[in-house]
Design a protein around this ligand. Structure first.
Ligand code: NDP
Ligand code: GDR
Length: 361
């Protein structure tokens, strides 16, 4: 029989206000976990993605709680881990935008790299290595410059951004603490995953949001950078289930989660416009290329140089065979279904905004 202590299922999620934090919270709550999330202090509300999970703790025991914290503050992290004594920690907090990492490289290194060390040290300092499992949100950006297609756990890393380099430290310090101190510490090497609650500045959401706003007449033009970049895009809901499975494995290890299918930014644009019955015709070349909507004859897409990155990751496509074999994980939703869901959601928002007369922000 399980002891009281081993039956306890208490998760601590850093980055709980982000896309994955919200879906993972929902998933763990549905499995009966008590979920604690770390959110950053902000001058305006930043909890929209998890507000539906929140219940007032004054009414009694509630399964979802939030605490203020920051990955750059060791004492805060140690105190929270001590207070919560989680059985599982999911480290999802990060400055997660690749382009922004070129603007704020030092902060990105601090939060995304040293932040991982701070959490691992909190576990060690408190002596809870044997009762706490640790998940690190590693990324396909580690692969960067193509070394092998598709990329898997054994493919060598060659990050191409301050974000990728910071995450490389996070990956290896997780492996190191596992080997040095016998911690149950695992990396999920996740390829791009999206959803209707994806941040508005990542390319998929930027596209679906703009196409919806163009459709209802709130915007005229979508400005993008590199249309040729290719990514392996999955649905975030599938990927958070994989995160949980990684921590339920018999032993700690590193796993790629991916769909194995690749599409270009250009194809994503075409699919999103097709969802509202528009076909895009491409005219011009390079920075002068435009996308013309054949229905209206309007130029609905232009290239903007500022969205190109100083060093780009041209192509990512993952092989998730290991996760399939060891964890029984496989993605359930296709890329086409994902785009359709994101478009439906953004169209509903755009229509609401249009009736309120809201122009572009
Ligand atoms: P989001 O950008 O949506 O969420 C990031 C979260 O981290 C937010 O809650 C954010 O808070 C929080 N955060 C940022 N900086 C700090 C800090 N210094 N201290 C505490 N919290 C902080 O990312 P996703 O949900 O998409 O991704 C989750 C994790 O997975 C990230 O680590 C990301 O790098 C990684 N990843 C994501 C992939 C994807 O395709 N989505 C693929 C592979 C890895 P706030 O809301 O206040 O900004
Ligand atoms: P990525 O996602 O860098 O893969 O990182 P993003 O959606 O930002 O870019 C994907 C590709 O699209 C190209 N692109 C543009 N990107 C953005 N954001 N805006 C544009 O206007 C635009 N035009 C073209 C980019 O150059 C790039 O090639 C995401 C993040 O979630 C990371 O945290 C995560 O680790 C990786 O996915 C896996």
């Amino acid at each position: 029989m399980l002891s009281q202590e081993s039956k306890r299922r208490v998760a601590l999620i850093t980055g709980v206000t982000g896309q994955d934090g919200a879906y993972l919270s929902e998933h763990l709550l549905s499995l009966g976990y008590v979920v604690h999330g770390i959110k950053r202090r902000s001058s305006s509300f930043n909890t929209a993605r998890v507000d539906h999970l929140y219940q007032d703790p004054h009414v009694g025991d509630v399964p979802f709680l939030m605490h203020y914290g920051d990955m750059t503050d060791s004492s805060n992290l140690i105190r929270l881990v001590q207070q919560i004594r989680p059985t599982e920690i999911y480290n999802l907090a990060a400055q997660s935008h690749v382009a922004v990492s070129f603007e704020s490289p030092e902060y990105t290194a601090n939060a995304d790299g040293i932040g991982v060390l701070r959490l691992l040290e909190a576990i060690r300092i408190l002596g809870i290595e044997k009762e706490t499992r640790f998940y690190q949100a590693s990324t396909s950006e580690l692969y960067g410059l193509v070394q092998e297609i598709p990329q898997k756990e054994t493919t060598s890393f060659y990050p191409r951004s301050p974000y990728g380099v910071a995450k490389l430290y996070g990956y290896w310090i997780t492996v190191n603490y596992r080997e040095a101190y016998g911690m149950f510490a695992s990396n999920g090497i996740l390829f791009n995953h999206e959803s209707p609650i994806r941040g508005e500045t990542f390319v998929t959401r930027k596209i679906t949001r703009a196409v919806a706003r163009i459709e209802v007449g709130l915007e005229e033009t979508l400005y993008l950078g590199n249309l040729e970049a290719k990514r392996d895009w999955g649905h975030a809901r599938d990927y958070v289930e994989g995160m949980h499975k990684i921590l339920q494995a018999d032993k700690p290890d590193d796993f790629v989660l991916a769909t194995g299918e690749m599409s270009s930014v250009r194809q994503m644009v075409e699919l999103a416009f097709a969802e509202v019955g528009r076909r895009i015709e491409w005219r011009g070349k390079g920075i002068d290329e435009t996308g013309v909507d054949t229905k209206s004859g309007n130029t609905v897409l232009r290239i903007d140089r500022t969205y190109f990155r100083p060093s780009e990751v041209d192509l990512l496509v993952g092989d998730a065979s290991k996760a399939r074999e060891v964890l029984g994980w496989r993605p359930k939703r296709s890329f086409a279904e994902l785009v359709a869901e994101m478009m439906a959601s953004d169209l509903a928002v755009a229509k609401r905004d249009a009736t309120r007369g809201k122009r572009s922000v």
